[in-house]
Each structure stands twice: as C-alpha cells, then as structure tokens.
Ligand binder design. Structure first.
Ligand code: ATR
Length: 279
C-alpha cells in the first residue's frame, strides 16, 4: 500500500488528509495519506528517511516550506524562483521537490472563470509573502503584462519586485484607486479577511466591470472581499479551490493518477470548514 503524508509543526489543522484520502477512496486505490508532526530539528532526518518511514512522498507545510530547500537537492525551477517547496516525491530513486501553490491558484482561476485569459493583462496583488511569490511566479509564466504589489511593508514589496524583475512594481495604498482602474485581476494573498484577522481595507469601486477578484483566504469560504466583489457584479475566485487544485500535482506524482477537483470534493472540504455550507 502506498502512503504519503503532510508534515508540519503544528499539524492539527491540515485539510490535506481529507482531500487525498477522498481521492484514494473514490478511485479505489490502495493507499493512505497521513499527517505527521515533524519538529524543525527533526526535519532533515525525516525527509532523508522518507522511504524508510514508509512514504512515497509528502506535503510540506508551515514552518518547513523554506527550510526543506537545504535538505532536498533536486528541486525544480519553481522552487528555485520562489524559495519554497510544498511537495516532495521520488523520481528515479532520487528525492525531488516542487511547489504547487502557484499552479493551484492558476488552475482554480481557470476553473472558476472559464475562458479567462491573463496574457498581456495587468494584475494588482495585495501582499508580498510566500503566497504572493508563488502566485506571481505562475502569473509571469502566464505572460501577464504587469503585477502591481500593494503591501503593508513597502520594503518587502520592493524586495519581491527586485527578485522577479521589471514586470512587478510596488504601489502604495494612496494610489490604489488610480492603480486599480486598468487591472484584469485583483488578488489578495495576505491573511487579511481570514476569520479572527483584520479585514482588507480596499474599495473595489474603481475596478473595471470585467475584472476578476480572487482571494486565497478560505476561512470563511466567502470573504468580505469576495462578497463586495459579487455585490459589484465582478467575477470571483475563492481560496478553497486553490487548496484543492494545489493537491492535484502531488497526488498524481505519488499515486500515478490525475485526480479531479469536482463539486463533491469541494462540498466535502467546505463542510469541514463550515458545517452550514450548502452548495
Ligand atoms: P504567506 O506565506 O501565507 O504569504 P507571509 O509570508 O507571512 O505568509 O506573508 C503574509 C502577508 O500578509 C504579508 O504580505 C503581510 O504583510 P507584511 O509584509 O507587511 O508583514 C500581509 N499581512 C498579514 N497580516 C496583515 C495585516 N493585518 N495587515 C496588512 N497586511 C498583512
């Protein structure tokens, strides 16, 4: 029986077991996806002995996404460009890693807004952390024209711009109104709007009517940002879909079958977040 797991510290909150075990069950595969608490000082030993522990691979979450880079030597270009990884697998006997957050964001966007095309278009992104990096890296490969970065800490936004080149530009909150007039996509990559956190303080009035508004926050499922966008008649992309789509890549590498993100899976995980969820 093939086994995979998610490692983190703490790990109790992970919804990855729900997702992967659902796919194993619905595809009738003999397999198991577990969660393992791995402390920072245990990380190197755990990853180097992943097969000995009985695993074909694992997901890596907070606080190990950056630290794992120094342990796994064979990482792909996405990991090199973003400086973090979340999916570990064996290929030809070698331990390798990739990062699937950017792909998860992009595939969820395409699934949520069929026919959406961002090539040559402008994007406004709030946040400049790990999630912002992963999404910016994927959007650049989708040939967007520009990514404007709005972040609480300007210096961090400028660092991101320096790392990713001239298509990124840091903007200030004061200029949000003017800078949001010509964007095809607004994406929140901060934790603002998450249950228990401060709300995102932006006014969507200046976005063009055909703009898409995306949020990576999925607790609550419908953030204030997404509700405001819907009120304005804008197309929206929720955060839960990103979580589901980022899991596809790992499942295929470990279990040899590309699973589907469908309404049944969405409802299963949505109910775990909000028992009152109705499709
Ligand atoms: P992640 O890996 O999930 O992206 P992170 O690297 O800690 O997490 O980044 C969190 C992002 O959310 C940052 O852009 C952070 O802004 P700072 O760079 O100024 O810290 C942003 N963020 C988090 N809480 C915020 C808040 N209350 N107000 C504004 N920005 C916030």
């Amino acid at each position: 029986m093939k086994k995979a797991c998610v490692i983190g510290f703490p790990i109790a909150h992970s919804r990855s077991p729900l997702i992967h075990n659902h796919w194993l069950k619905t595809h009738g595969l003999q397999g198991l996806y577990e969660q393992r608490e791995v402390k920072p000082d245990e990380l190197a030993h755990f990853l180097r002995n992943l097969a000995v522990e009985g695993y074909v691979g694992c997901n890596v979450t907070i606080p190990h996404k950056e630290a794992a880079l120094s342990i796994i030597s064979e990482v792909d270009d996405i990991v090199r460009r973003t400086g973090s990884l979340n999916t570990v697998y064996y290929e030809g006997g070698a331990l390798k890693a990739t990062s699937t957050d950017g792909e998860g964001f992009y595939q969820n966007l395409l699934a949520s807004v069929p026919g959406a095309s961002l090539a040559g278009k402008k994007v406004l992104m709030t946040g400049a952390g790990g999630a912002a990096k992963a999404i910016a890296e994927r959007l650049l490969r989708a040939d967007v024209a520009e990514i404007k970065i709005l972040n609480r800490t300007l210096a961090r936004a400028e660092e991101l711009c320096a790392a990713f080149g001239p298509k990124l530009r840091a903007i200030s909150q004061d200029h949000f109104g003017a800078e949001s007039k010509d964007v095809a996509l607004l994406v929140n990559t901060t934790s603002q709007g998450m249950k228990g956190q401060a709300e995102l303080d932006i006014d969507l009035a200046s976005l063009p009517p055909d703009a898409i508004v995306a949020d990576i926050v999925y607790v609550p499922l419908q953030t204030t940002l997404l509700a405001q966008a819907e009120t304005r008649g804008l197309r929206t992309v929720g955060g839960l879909g990103m979580l589901l789509h980022q899991a596809v890549v790992g499942f295929e590498k470990w279990f040899g079958l590309r699973p589907e993100v469908n309404p049944e899976l969405f409802a299963l995980v949505a109910r775990d977040i909000d028992p009152d969820f109705r499709p």
